[in-house]
Design a protein. Structure first.
Length: 208
C-alpha cells in the first residue's frame, strides 16, 4: 500500500487566475458600501480570509453583509476566471501518486463552484469554513494531518505569496513557490511552470 502523501495546493494564483474577478467584485463592493478602498489596497492582503482583509483595511463592522455582497458579485462574474495553462494536465498526473488537497481562503461554496465549473481535479478541499483560523496559521494542515493520519514530511505545499510561505513555515512542511502566480519568489524551491511541479513534488516527497 502506498503511504499517503499529500500535495497541498493554493487555488488562486496557482490553479486559477481570478484577479479580474476579484477586482470587479471588490470595486463594486467598495462602491456599494462606500468603503473607499482601492483594489490595490485590497490586493495587498490576498491569501487572508475575506474578513481579515476587511480588518486590515480598517473595516471592523458589517462583515457579514459585505462578504455576502462580494460573493454575489464574484459568482455573477465567474466567466472572467481563467485556469492557468497546463495546470489541469499537471494535476491529473500528480493525482495518480498523491492526494491533492486544495487549501484556499475562498469560502467553501464559491471554491466548490469554481472547481466544478472549471473541471479541476482534486481529492479534498479545506476552506476557512472548515478551520478556526485561515492562513498563515497552521490550522488547515493540522486538520489534514488528523484527517489523513500523515506526518509533516508527507505533505508539501504549493503557494504563490509570502503568506503561503509563512503558512508552510508555521505548519513545518515543505514549500514550493509557483512563479506564475501573484507574488514574488520566496523560499528555497521555485517552479516556473505548472509542469515543473511533477518533478519538484516527487523530489521533495521521495525520501519519506
Amino acid at each position: 500500500l502506498m503511504s499517503k502523501q499529500i500535495l497541498a495546493i493554493d487555488l488562486d494564483g496557482i490553479i486559477i487566475n481570478s484577479l479580474k474577478n476579484m477586482k470587479i467584485a471588490w470595486e463594486s463592493t467598495s462602491k456599494s458600501y462606500c468603503l473607499n478602498i482601492s483594489f490595490k489596497a485590497y490586493k495587498k492582503y490576498l491569501g487572508l480570509p475575506f474578513k481579515e482583509i476587511l480588518k486590515k483595511n480598517g473595516v471592523y463592522y458589517n462583515h457579514k453583509n459585505i462578504s455576502k455582497y462580494y460573493n454575489k458579485i464574484s459568482l455573477k462574474n465567474f466567466n472572467v476566471i481563467k485556469v492557468y495553462k497546463n495546470v489541469i494536465e499537471t494535476l491529473n498526473i500528480l493525482k495518480k501518486s498523491y492526494l491533492i488537497v486544495i487549501i484556499t481562503s475562498k469560502n467553501r461554496f464559491r471554491a466548490k463552484k469554481i472547481l466544478k465549473l472549471k473541471k479541476i481535479p482534486y481529492d479534498d478541499l479545506v476552506t476557512p469554513d472548515d478551520v478556526l483560523r485561515g492562513k498563515p496559521y497552521n490550522d488547515s494542515i493540522l486538520y489534514i494531518k488528523k484527517k489523513y493520519l500523515v506526518k509533516n514530511n508527507a505533505i508539501v505545499y504549493v503557494g504563490d505569496l509570502g503568506i503561503d510561505y509563512k503558512f508552510a513555515k508555521n505548519s513545518k512542511i515543505k514549500f514550493i513557490f509557483a512563479n506564475w502566480g501573484y507574488g514574488k519568489p520566496i523560499g528555497k524551491f521555485t517552479v516556473t511552470k505548472p509542469k515543473g511541479l511533477v518533478k519538484m513534488v516527487s523530489n521533495l516527497l521521495k525520501y519519506n
